[in-house]
Design a protein around this ligand. Structure first.
Ligand SMILES: [Zn+2]
Length: 311
C-alpha cells in the first residue's frame, strides 16, 4: 500500500512524500509509518527520473501493525465519498490533520514517555504540536498537527461529507472546521473577502505561470464570468512570493503544479482538475490578487472535488 506521508524518525515530524523533493540527500532509513512505526521506504522522489509524485512504501515482507490506522483506510476512503464517516459512536475512524503548526511556531516537546519505541524516545526529538494519532485501535481517532498545508487539503478532498464536523485550525485564519476554514474562490465574480487572509482554493487555468526571481503567478479558473462571451473575465491570480525560497523549493512547487496538471489531463473527465490551495492574503487594492509567501502554505493537487448537497 502506498502512503503519501510518513514519520521522519530524526525529527519526529509527519512529513508529506512531496517533502522528499526538498530533502537532500534522502536518508532512506529515516522514515516509518506514522501510526504503527513499521519502516517506510521513500519512493519515486528522484527529480528528472521519476515522473510521478513521491510516496512511501513498506518492504515486500513487512506489514502494518494490527491496529494501524493505515490498514483499512482504503475502505473508509471509498465510503467517505458518499457519506460522513464521523457520525458514529466511535468518533472519526481515521487519523486526520486538525491543525497546521509552522516550523518556527512549533513548541519543542520531548516525546520520551509517550509510549513510542525506544528508538524514538532518545534524543531531543520534537513532534509537531505534540500531536500524533493514538496508539491502539477501536476508539475514534484524534487529530494531529502537520507542518504543511498539503495533508490538510488531502483530507478536505477525501472527506467531503465530514467537512462541517471535522475540527481544523490554521494560524491566522478564521474558522474551526474544514468547512469554515476553506474558502473556494467564486467562479462568477471577484469577491472582497471580509477576512483577507484565508485558506483559499480554486482550479488552475491551463496557461503557464509568470515567473521571475521575486515571484511566480498562476491564473486561477475563478473570478468574473463574462456571460456575454461565455468565458472567464478578470480572473483571480495567486502570486507566490518566493525570493527567499531555495531553488529546490521553487522547483518543487513548479513541479507539483505540472504533475497535478498531467494527472488531471490523464483523467479526461471534466470534473477532475488541478486545484491550487494556499493560505494567502487578498490584496487591499486589487481584490483579484492573492499573495502567499511561505512554501508550506501552498500546494497543488489533482482531484474530483465532491460537494455534498446542501441541507
Ligand atoms: Zn502502519
Amino acid at each position: 500500500m502506498e502512503m503519501d506521508s510518513a514519520r521522519r524518525k530524526s525529527t519526529g515530524d509527519i512529513v508529506d512524500a512531496e517533502s522528499l523533493w526538498d530533502t537532500h540527500p534522502v536518508d532512506k532509513d529515516d522514515y516509518e509509518c506514522h501510526d504503527c512505526a513499521v519502516k517506510a521506504w521513500p519512493a519515486s522522489y528522484l527529480r528528472g527520473v521519476n515522473l510521478r509524485r513521491p510516496y512511501f512504501k513498506l518492504s515486500p515482507n513487512a506489514s502494518h501493525g494490527p491496529s494501524c490506522g493505515v490498514l483499512g483506510a482504503q475502505t473508509y476512503l471509498e465510503r467517505a465519498k458518499a457519506a460522513p464517516l464521523g457520525t458514529g459512536e466511535g468518533g472519526f475512524p481515521l487519523p486526520w490533520p486538525d491543525r497546521l503548526v509552522l516550523a518556527h511556531e512549533r513548541p519543542a516537546v520531548d516525546v520520551a514517555g509517550t509510549g513510542r519505541g525506544p528508538d524514538a524516545a532518545s534524543g531531543n526529538r520534537t513532534r509537531a504540536g505534540g500531536g500524533g494519532p493514538p496508539r491502539g485501535g477501536g476508539e475514534g481517532r484524534r487529530g494531529h498537527a502537520v507542518g504543511t498545508l498539503r495533508p490538510i487539503c488531502r483530507a478536505y478532498i477525501a472527506f467531503p461529507h465530514d467537512r462541517a464536523g471535522l475540527p481544523l485550525a490554521v494560524p491566522q485564519c478564521v474558522g474551526q472546521t474544514f468547512d469554515q476554514v476553506f474558502r473556494r474562490l467564486s467562479g462568477s465574480e471577484i469577491t472582497v473577502h471580509r477576512e483577507p487572509r484565508r485558506l483559499y482554493y480554486a482550479a488552475l487555468q491551463w496557461c503557464a505561470p509568470t515567473v521571475n526571481e521575486a515571484a511566480a503567478e498562476w491564473l486561477l479558473d475563478a473570478g468574473e464570468w463574462d456571460a456575454a462571451h461565455k468565458r472567464r473575465g478578470i480572473a483571480y491570480r495567486v502570486r507566490v512570493v518566493w525570493s527567499h525560497w531555495t531553488p529546490r523549493q521553487r522547483e518543487s512547487l513548479r513541479r507539483e503544479v505540472e504533475i497535478a496538471r498531467d494527472e488531471a489531463k490523464q483523467h479526461k473527465e471534466k470534473a477532475v482538475k488541478a486545484w491550487m490551495f494556499f493560505v494567502g492574503t487578498q490584496d487591499a487594492d486589487d481584490p483579484a490578487l492573492l499573495v502567499v509567501d511561505r512554501f508550506e502554505l501552498v500546494c497543488c493537487l489533482m482531484a474530483q472535488m465532491i460537494y455534498p448537497p446542501r441541507a
